[in-house]
Design a protein around this ligand. Structure first.
Ligand SMILES: [Fe+2]
Length: 200
């Protein structure tokens, strides 16, 4: 399995600005493309966190928040079936469906080191910030008897400094993602805990 850079910097057609899937259509795509429930949960958690950040921290309107939510929900949609072509396949599918270029660019920029696409707005930067941390926090919740209940930022910070815990989570990616925003890591961790704990 290998991840390839996309060798592209522009995605979708500006003519399609504002053209979004409904949230039901996005969930249907997720169901069809991602049978793995754990991976589905990761994307539902990302959708919830992205939407909440848009509404609570960016003052976004409902349409803009839907863009953030859809990007979160579909960012790994091709991972299970097309690991060698992640995330080219989902990008091309959304282009074929004439979806808003900002949503497609956001998905393309969720791993700059891997896909070669620079995050260039807040939605792009935040999907990159949230992706590894969301998975990491979920891994931390799974080993706690009470899961998310009573989970605090300090314990997550401590696990981040323990390289053997969730070793597949790349700490350098987290550091790089955070260097592009002004919000401290502790605030991001608390926000993720608060907004993904209820997602099923
Ligand atoms: Fe992801």
């Amino acid at each position: 399995m290998a991840i390839h850079t996309l060798h592209r910097s522009s995605f979708g057609d500006p003519k399609n600005a504002g053209n979004l899937l409904t949230i039901e259509e996005a969930h249907q795509l997720l169901q069809e493309w991602v049978p793995n429930e754990r991976l589905q949960l990761h994307m539902k958690q990302m959708a919830a966190v992205m939407k909440a950040w848009a509404l609570e921290r960016e003052g976004a309107d409902a349409t803009t928040a839907l863009k953030w939510e859809i990007a979160g929900l579909l960012h790994d949609a091709d991972w299970e079936k097309y690991p060698d072509d992640h995330c080219r396949i989902i990008i091309e599918e959304l282009e074929r469906r004439n979806i808003d270029p900002e949503v497609i660019h956001c998905i393309a920029s969720h791993g700059p080191k891997y896909f070669g696409v620079k995050p260039n707005n807040s939605m792009d930067r935040m999907i990159y910030v949230f992706d590894e941390l969301s998975g990491f926090i979920h891994a931390a919740a799974l080993i706690r008897p009470t899961r998310y209940e009573g989970m605090d930022v300090k314990s997550v910070m401590k696990k981040l400094k323990t390289p053997s815990f969730a070793a597949q989570v790349n700490r350098d990616d987290i550091t790089d993602a955070l260097s592009r925003i002004d919000t401290p890591l502790e605030t991001i961790i608390q926000f993720i805990i608060d907004h993904q704990k209820g997602v099923q």
